[in-house]
Design a protein around this ligand. Structure first.
Ligand SMILES: Nc1ncnc2c1ncn2[C@@H]1O[C@H](COP(=O)(O)OP(=O)(O)OP(=O)(O)O)[C@@H](O)[C@H]1O
Length: 289
């Protein structure tokens, strides 16, 4: 596969959910989208904007009501479930918020399973590759632990190793850091970046989290089932980067507090140096903005 090659192409994809014979929700409306090899594509948007529906369609877990879905150059729109489950196993990797590891199996066995299911690996080959994959994601020493004996971040890394097992064309991640602490989240994000840069793994990641989004090479922003245009995206980025507090209100209040403190210190006959220092700080901050 060449590096500019398309791994996903959606052509006029729409998805309508019927709640009754006459009431429906358009979860996706005429979505056209191409994801190329080597991208980290981020899917964002408000709750209910269609992210999960889009991810499920890209992962061949759901079918569009109309439009075409082409993965790895194969039009899978009308493919049956038997074909699709083999297709998913051999070509796609999935990492979910809740890890979805099999609780009765060890970390090693969880990573071996997708390889064994293809029938293309002997048990020894699968075991050896699974060990290497666990080392690669930094949890090799926990190979024989069951998921319940691992932290959330460690389980997520096992899930990434499992997703890599059959060398997928791309990995779909749904809120990959949603259930883990901050330190583990950074590890996972660094790992995703490294896998992308060093090994060229393609990722499609749905998230609400701007820190996750920041590792992306592209943001696909959904609103009301439609992809928001690139020009709107600049505005959305600006919205995100805006301070959520009104700077002027904070500064004015703070200056009033300093006035009050000054009065109090004068009353007590104390040194005003600290008050002056703080005023200078605020003034230099105002001067810099
Ligand atoms: N199985 C279903 N039956 C009926 N309506 C559905 C179904 N799945 C999703 N929807 C509706 O389709 C729209 C898009 O849902 P979707 O789950 O794709 O959004 P989302 O962006 O992933 O939301 P969130 O961020 O809250 O998970 C919503 O209005 C939702 O209520």
């Amino acid at each position: 596969m060449r590096s500019d090659e398309e791994v996903i192409r959606l052509v006029n994809v729409s998805k309508r959910y019927y709640l009754s014979s006459s009431v429906y929700i358009d979860a996706l409306i005429n979505v056209n989208l191409t994801i190329r090899m080597g991208e980290i594509a981020i899917v964002m948007g408000p709750s209910g904007s269609g992210k999960t529906t889009l991810m499920n369609i890209m992962g061949t877990l759901d079918k569009p009501t109309s439009g075409r879905v082409i993965i790895d150059g194969v039009d899978v729109t009308d493919a049956d479930e038997k074909y699709l489950s083999k297709f998913r196993l051999e070509r796609l990797g999935f990492v979910f918020q809740q890890y979805n590891l099999i609780s009765q199996l060890t970390a090693l066995e969880n990573v071996m399973l997708p390889m064994l299911l293809t029938g293309k690996y002997t048990k020894d080959e699968a075991r050896e590759k699974a060990r290497l994959l666990l080392d690669l994601v930094g949890v090799g020493e926990f190979a024989n632990n069951r998921p319940s004996q691992l932290s959330g971040g460690q389980q997520q890394r096992v899930a990434i190793a499992r997703a890599l097992a059959n060398d997928p064309s791309f990995i779909i991640m749904d809120e990959p850091t949603g259930s883990i602490d901050l330190a583990s989240s950074y590890l996972i994000l660094d790992l995703v970046k490294l896998l992308n840069k060093a090994i060229g793994v393609t990722f499609v990641i749905a998230t609400h989290n701007m820190e996750v989004a920041a590792i992306g090479s592209r943001i696909i922003y959904l609103r009301g089932g439609r992809i928001v245009s690139e020009s709107d995206l600049a505005r959305i980025k600006e919205e995100f980067s805006k301070l959520r507090v009104d700077q002027l209100t904070v500064i004015k209040s703070y200056l009033r507090i300093l006035d009050l403190e000054e009065k109090r210190l004068r009353r007590l006959g104390q040194d005003l140096g600290e008050i002056e220092r703080r005023r200078d700080l605020v003034n230099s901050f105002i001067g810099s903005t």
